[in-house]
Write a protein that binds this ligand. Structure first.
Ligand SMILES: [Zn+2]
Length: 137
């Protein structure tokens, strides 16, 4: 079973836009919870191990991701045990790829937790040629 040969790293458009949870990301409850999760995870990507940065645009930008996606498991939106910290590179790469290929939330969660990045060098950069940071544009 290879996740890295899977085609397509982008979510289908309906999964990005057509679900009713977007407004929750603006609530004080979410902002506080997001912070708690980042602290719990020591500002480290749980998928590839890099130190996360603030901001939105860097591959290392911190993303607090729903293990079971909100569009499939809305009752877990504010459930800390369903949240983990990942970098934007992993969120837009392997996480999105896994979500695009499955519709069963528990399967998606299991695949994310089992996903292994090949490794990283002394600077924390992933060595896998399939990692989004290493794929040429
Ligand atoms: Zn990562």
């Amino acid at each position: 079973m290879s996740h890295q040969s899977a085609p397509g790293f982008l979510l289908p458009k309906f999964k990005q836009t057509n679900h009713p949870h977007t407004h929750k990301y603006k609530t004080a409850r979410w902002i506080a919870l997001r912070r708690e999760v980042l602290v719990r995870d020591l500002f480290t990507c749980r998928m590839c191990g890099v130190l996360l940065s603030e901001g939105r645009q860097s591959p290392r930008s911190a993303v607090v991701d729903h293990l079971e996606p909100a569009y499939l498991s809305p009752s877990l939106f504010f459930d800390q045990s369903n949240l983990w910290s990942v970098c934007k590179g992993c969120h837009d790469g392997p996480c999105a790829s896994i979500e695009a290929r499955h519709n069963d939330p528990s399967r998606i969660k299991a695949e994310k937790l089992n996903y292994v990045v090949a490794g990283h060098d002394a600077d924390g950069r992933p060595t896998s040629p399939n990692h989004p940071w290493n794929r040429s544009a």
